[in-house]
Write a protein that binds this ligand. Structure first.
Ligand code: ATP
Ligand code: MG
Length: 420
């Protein structure tokens, strides 16, 4: 069996293929996806993964939650260490640990030792910086080797999604894959069809790829800044007619930076900020969140609110953990305003990718949507508006990348085996 791993910013999935059929490996009580989350449980000195990790953290167990660890790849945090179970640990080690967990589950399920893997990767880990981008892939490869794999290959995530879609095609199509996940938006323009699918080398069918480091966690961040952070004093009045410093709120609204705020140094700095606030109560709320380490819980509630209004409707953000009875209404208009600019940049990047592919604007085109953030109605509408004549296909939001990676794994490793 050949396996592919979609190591996602928010969710991960694993597929297995024997070259004929591809299936998803059950990861958590039969679920095909697992949240990319680890919880180092300090009370019991063990690590929980996925939903279990989030649950233990939410229940208030002492320990350390890590989410969005993929966002660290290629960034400055990669060089830093973070305290886990009383030990300074590198992020590569943490990613390795997570991949090792996925490998273990797959081995158990398939009842065999797995040494080869195709890992998905975004088109750009880092925007406009080839060197740091290469460093990000190298770090992910090291993490996979550390997890026990010996032969690691990569495939772009949107190309993987295309390979999955192709399995069901009867005619040739030019497809723009739109994969909007948690951390990145990835695009590929690719020629697909039954006659092409069996070719080993698809290089000439891949007309262009592109991407931008924006996704659902950025929507969470913007919505948090619009809905949650103002309740903690973001944008509130400071002495001298200014507003209070905002960088702490940006970090608190950013999944992978929340933990950093809890160090002694940052807590001290946050405490000192009180001199700026004309409303002491606002600073008190901020400190309440930091002291009780409610950052992830607030981010989680913001994400839940986002999903609740993503397809229309209203909800409210419950901030009772900050102060009893604190509720902030969240509606479609608020989400639209908060995500407007990000969505615009995402659609622009898709448009540029199509241009780079040399596809005429009036040529027949299919848009294939995958990734959890394609659930945002405003985003789908923006694509409809820009690509009015294209055929729109909604793929499986959470599993098509993983399935395509399995398809690719069977092809690359199957070929290798034949050659030996
Ligand atoms: N129904 C929904 N509507 C809108 N957004 C959603 C919905 N369901 C999930 N999301 C968002 O989708 C994102 C996760 O999508 P997905 O699992 O495709 O990302 P990922 O593969 O982990 O990330 P990436 O590919 O960027 O590394 C999260 O930001 C989540 O909040
Ligand atoms: Mg993804």
């Amino acid at each position: 069996m050949f396996i592919g791993i979609d190591f996602g910013t928010s969710n991960s999935a694993v597929s297995a293929s024997d070259g004929a059929a591809v299936s998803l490996v059950p990861l958590e009580h039969g679920e095909a996806t697992i949240p990319t989350a680890l919880f180092f449980n300090a009370e019991e000195h063990r690590t929980a993964f996925g939903r279990q990790a989030v649950r233990e953290y939410t229940e208030g167990t002492e320990g350390r939650l890590l989410r969005s660890i993929k966002s660290v790849l290629g960034g400055p945090l990669m060089e830093e260490k973070t305290m886990v179970a009383g030990r300074a640990t590198g992020f590569d080690e943490i990613i390795s640990f997570f991949l090792g967990h996925l490998r273990g589950l797959a081995q158990q399920h398939l009842d065999s030792e797995l040494t080869q893997v195709v890992l998905g990767r975004p088109v750009h880990f880092v925007d406009d910086d080839a060197k740091r981008d290469a460093a990000a892939q190298a770090a992910l490869k090291r993490a996979a080797l550390g997890a026990g794999f010996r032969d690691v290959a990569f495939q772009f995530e949107p190309i993987a999604a295309a390979l999955d879609y192709e399995l069901g095609l009867r005619e040739e199509e030019v497809v723009l894959v739109v994969d909007i996940g948690g951390g990145t938006s990835d695009f590929s323009v690719i020629r697909l069809g039954p006659a092409r699918s069996t070719r080993a080398d698809r290089q000439e069918d891949i007309l262009a790829s592109g991407g931008v480091h924006l996704g659902g966690t950025d929507f969470d961040r913007q919505l948090s800044l619009a809905a949650a952070m103002p309740a903690l004093g973001y944008g509130s009045a400071a002495t001298g007619g200014r507003i209070v410093p905002s960088s702490i709120y940006f970090d608190l609204a950013t999944w992978h930076k929340i933990n950093l705020l809890y160090s002694n140094k940052e807590m001290f700095a946050a405490e000192q900020l009180r001199f700026y606030y004309t409303e002491a109560a606002m600073h008190a709320r901020l400190m309440q969140v930091l002291k009780h380490r409610h950052g992830h819980q607030i981010a989680g509630r913001v994400e839940t609110a986002k999903i609740a209004v993503a397809d229309g409707g209203d909800t409210s953000l419950d901030l009772d953990i900050v102060e009893g009875g604190l509720l902030v209404p969240v509606g479609e208009a608020m989400l639209t305003t908060a995500t407007d600019e990000d969505i615009e940049r995402i659609v622009d990047t898709a448009h540029e990718t199509l241009k780079a592919a040399g596809i005429a604007p009036d040529a027949p085109l299919t848009l294939y949507f995958t990734g959890g953030s394609t659930g945002v109605r405003q985003l789908r509408q923006a694509f409809h508006a820009r690509f009015a004549r294209a055929k729109m296909v909604n793929g499986d939001m959470f599993s098509s990348v993983a399935r395509g990676l399995g398809v690719h794994a069977a092809r690359v490793f199957g070929e290798k085996k034949k050659k030996r």
